[in-house]
Every structure is written in structure tokens, then in C-alpha cells.
Design a binder for this molecule. Structure first.
Ligand code: MG
Length: 306
């Protein structure tokens, strides 16, 4: 097993730097481990209709499912080495696939279709993370992690030769580049009113940038939001107040919209990858971290619908 951090630094608990984070913690706040056994957990997505969580175990080419009622099970295997997932406005699962180098959508009858797998005839690298805007457009990042080796996909050369952020109109198939100055674009999410977009870069910068969303379909006014350490900010989500819950190696870091680090949810794994809100009231933060999946109930509400 690869060690990224000294064992004594792998801890569980809460670090409070601001009253606003203390207020997010119920008195009995506790990190709960729901499952362990993944090789690299990523891409959590809450399915409200079913009160269950789906997430990816990328090296094992499988998607996992967990619910309070049913416990854990394998949801899909093989699954095209999925990474990030989200739901569109109709509630359909849309997924980044390293293996198929595509964005797929799971239809109501369970069939999996390709929404896009190339840009101007050149195959995508290995889509990593994904969000859907209220207008139905699909925004995703396309770094090469899934084609660098056979561990999280199939080793191959990049055909595009760059690592873009894309916007897809699923009804027309129109695909356009909305970000072209990233080393390794990775996590992304909109602010609650969609006037801002946050995108992380897990390459050399190791930071999250924030952009203004212009005309609903372009990004402008790039500025650095936060450098996240230890490790890099892989995936993140906003709550309904616009606070950012981002992964770092030591857990989840919580930032105010003004980029003040309010506190940390420490996760006892080597590297925390991603998180999403769920539960019937959207106050349970699910956390995908290395070998395990956790959750903690907060006094904060997720921003995603459905
Ligand atoms: Mg990611």
C-alpha cells in the first residue's frame, strides 16, 4: 500500500477555526464508517429516490452502492472504470468513464448510453468529474489520469493533447471548451445561484480557482480561491450557503465563499478524494476516501438537486 502521509498524521476528528464551522457541527457530530474495501474510492453521488449512495472503486472497475436499509453491494462491474458521477435534472445518472473515455448516462431502464466520447473526432482523455447546470448542460473535466497507466483505465496516448474543461449540451451534442489553461483540471461545482464556478487543479498548482459564469455558458475572471494542503483538492461540493467542502489528503476542508478556511473534518485514511451531500434532508455529507466510505451529519444542507 502506498503511504502518502505518516501514520501519526492519519487522524479522525474535527478542527474548528471559526464559529461558523462550529455551528455546522451538531453536538453529537461523528464520522461514521459505512464501508471499507475499495482500492480507490471516488465519485460519490446520492440517489434521493432510493436513499442510497453510489460511488466508484476505480482500480477495481466497479461501482458500489450503500444504503442504511440494504447495506453495501456492488452496483455495476465492470463499469468502464467510472470516476465522478452526478444526476441530471431528470434524475438520470451521468458518469465520467476512464475506460470508455466518455460521458455516459444511465437511462431509466438501466441501459447505459454514450453522451460524448470525442472532441472534433479526437477521443477524450479520461473524464474525471462532472456537474449538471440547471439548464441541463453538462460540465466536466478531462485530465489524463485514466490513460497514464492500466490501473484506472487503459494506458493510451492523449489524442487531444491537452487537458480541457468542457461544456456539453446533451440534447444537441454540442461540445465546447470552457477551460483551456489547466495543468490537471479535476473537481468542479457551481455556487448555489450558478453565478460562480469552482474548478480544482490537481497538477502543479494544487489549488481551486473560481470563475464568473458569463451568459450562463462561459467562464471568465479566473482567480485563485484557495491552495489546499496537504495533498491536492480533488473533488468538492457547495452547501446551500455557498461554503465549499473540498477534499484534501487529510479529510474535508471547509471554506467560506470568501475563501476563509473555517474548519476540517479529519478522515482516518491516507487520501480523501471527494464528497457529496445526501440523506432525506441533504444534511449528511458522504465522503469517499481511499479504502472507505464515510458520512457525517451536519447543520449544513447540500446544494444539488435532485
Ligand atoms: Mg477527481
Amino acid at each position: 500500500m502506498t503511504t502518502y502521509r505518516p501514520t501519526e498524521e492519519v487522524r479522525e476528528g474535527f478542527e474548528v477555526y471559526a464559529d461558523r464551522f462550529q455551528a455546522m457541527l451538531p453536538e453529537d457530530a461523528k464520522l461514521i464508517k459505512h464501508y471499507t474495501g475499495t482500492e480507490w474510492a471516488e465519485g460519490p453521488v446520492y440517489i434521493s429516490d432510493d436513499d442510497c449512495l453510489l460511488w466508484s472503486d476505480i482500480p477495481n472497475d466497479r461501482m458500489m452502492r450503500w444504503s442504511d436499509a440494504d447495506g453495501d453491494s456492488v452496483f455495476r462491474q465492470p463499469c468502464g472504470y467510472t470516476n465522478g458521477h452526478t444526476r441530471d435534472r431528470q434524475g438520470r445518472l451521468v458518469s465520467c468513464e476512464h475506460g470508455g473515455r466518455r460521458i455516459s448516462r444511465t437511462e431509466a431502464d438501466g441501459t447505459v448510453i454514450t453522451l460524448v466520447d470525442n472532441y472534433q473526432g479526437k477521443r477524450l482523455n479520461s473524464p474525471n468529474d462532472i456537474v449538471v447546470k440547471s439548464d441541463g448542460s453538462i460540465w466536466f473535466t478531462d485530465p489524463p489520469y485514466g490513460i497514464l497507466s492500466d490501473r484506472e483505465g487503459h494506458k493510451a496516448e492523449s489524442e487531444i493533447g491537452a487537458n480541457y474543461v468542457f461544456r456539453l449540451e446533451p440534447d444537441t451534442g454540442k461540445l465546447e471548451i470552457v477551460g483551456d489553461d489547466f495543468d490537471m483540471p479535476n473537481g468542479l461545482c457551481f455556487s448555489p445561484n450558478e453565478s460562480l464556478m469552482y474548478i480544482s487543479d490537481t497538477g502543479a498548482p494544487g489549488h481551486i480557482r473560481v470563475f464568473d459564469v458569463a451568459d450562463g455558458n462561459r467562464l471568465k475572471n479566473s482567480r485563485e480561491f484557495a491552495v489546499v494542503q496537504p495533498g491536492k483538492p480533488d473533488g468538492f461540493r457547495c452547501d446551500s450557503n455557498g461554503n465549499i467542502f473540498t477534499s484534501a489528503w487529510d479529510g474535508i476542508h471547509v471554506y467560506s465563499p470568501q475563501a476563509e478556511l473555517l474548519g476540517k473534518i479529519l478522515v482516518p485514511e491516507q487520501r480523501t478524494a471527494n464528497c457529496c451531500f445526501g440523506g432525506p434532508d441533504m444534511k449528511r455529507l458522504y465522503i469517499a476516501a481511499d479504502h472507505s466510505m464515510y458520512s457525517v451529519v451536519l447543520n449544513a444542507r447540500g446544494n444539488q438537486s435532485p
